[in-house]
Design a protein around this ligand. Structure first.
Ligand code: FE
Length: 344
């Protein structure tokens, strides 16, 4: 009898152990350079990572469909408005981690929930900047987001869909800075200045400027840095033709978005999930975001060495300091404004 009890105890131990060494991640980080991050974590902890890669919308739909049966432990998303949406939809388990709260500035994570936890943490940042055709403009012509709506840029602006989260977040930030009424007038100005109907991703906008199809465009910095570091002659030709401006350096600072992480509401491996997010906030993982995917570290005081980011900024730049959670919260208001001004 005692042998059977021992056997059951042993089985219970090892089933628990097997579960203890697993972590299921749903990731929308669409960057192959992240592979090293996952393997380094497994090497350091022995925790095996099972990963599902999908886009943000796909991940959120899958989590909702799976409900309490979802195997997801960690969710990685690449935009503040998407993280906010998932939080509001109740897809996250608030995290209590002193390490994460000490590492990540308060304006780059969700507000504290009723139980004192935090629904998501920004883990890296990216700026939304202006690129321009050097044959047509100089930096001084385009040194604020407001200037993109000036009538003298009529027919010159290339931009991806207004409803894409990268733009929703920028426009949500503008709503914080300018107020809704002025932001709507500004959005109408952007529509009036479009060179073509919104289409493509950020890289397509950069290429369209270099091809002379438009004079100015908006892009996230890592797409530009990727081209600057590319050895492909076509990419080199593109980056030689264009200039870049970090807007609003003399006012509230350039809009900065985040990629971030959260623990899934129905996570079975909560401790491992928190451990993984804490690892992503460590200096070595933060450095990886900077060097591998050309993002800025979100954690305080982490140094990095990325030649493209340095060349782009001249060393550093002033970023806006509004709470990134407010940017997400504004997206419904922003979508209504977009509909009213006819921004597709
Ligand atoms: Fe992206």
């Amino acid at each position: 009898m005692s042998n059977i009890v021992t056997l059951f105890a042993a089985l219970a131990c090892c089933t628990a152990l097997a579960q203890d060494k697993q972590l299921n991640i749903y990731s929308a980080r669409h960057y192959p350079t992240d592979e090293a991050l996952y393997s380094d974590f497994t090497k350091a902890t022995g925790i095996k990572i099972n990963r599902v890669d999908a886009d943000d919308a796909g991940i959120l739909a899958r989590l909702k469909a799976e409900g309490s049966a979802s195997p997801a432990d960690v969710i990685l998303l690449v935009d503040a408005s998407r993280l906010w949406r998932a939080e509001v939809d109740g897809l996250f388990l608030p995290i209590k981690s002193k390490l994460l709260e000490d590492a990540i500035p308060a304006n780059l994570h969700a507000n504290h929930s009723d139980n004192g936890g935090v629904a998501w943490f920004g883990l890296s940042t990216r700026a939304r900047v202006v690129v321009f055709d050097k044959l047509k403009y100089s930096k001084a012509d385009l040194d604020s987001y407001e200037k993109l709506a000036e009538p003298k840029l009529k027919g010159q602006l290339c931009i991806r869909s207004g409803s894409h989260p990268y733009n929703l977040s920028l426009f949500g930030a503008m709503t914080e800075h300018l107020g809704a009424a002025k932001t709507e007038v500004w959005l109408k100005g952007l529509v009036d200045n479009m060179a073509r109907s919104p289409k493509g991703g950020d890289t397509d906008q950069i290429k369209a400027v270099a091809a002379g199809e438009c004079g100015v465009a908006l892009t996230n910095t890592y797409y530009l840095a990727r081209m600057m570091r590319s050895t492909n002659p076509a990419d080199k030709a593109v980056t030689e033709r264009i200039g870049v401006v970090f807007p609003n350096q003399s006012s509230w600072g350039t809009h900065v978005n985040i990629a971030g992480g959260a623990v899934a509401k129905n996570a079975k491996n909560v401790d491992n999930a928190v451990k993984f997010l804490e690892y992503l906030a460590s200096p070595s993982a933060q450095n990886h975001f900077a060097n591998g995917n050309n993002e800025w570290p979100a954690a305080k005081g982490v140094g990095f060495d990325n030649p493209a980011l340095k060349a782009m900024t001249g060393g550093s730049f002033k970023s806006e300091l509004i709470p990134i959670s407010a940017v997400g919260m504004n997206q419904i208001k922003v979508q209504q404004m977009l509909d009213r001004v006819g921004f597709k």
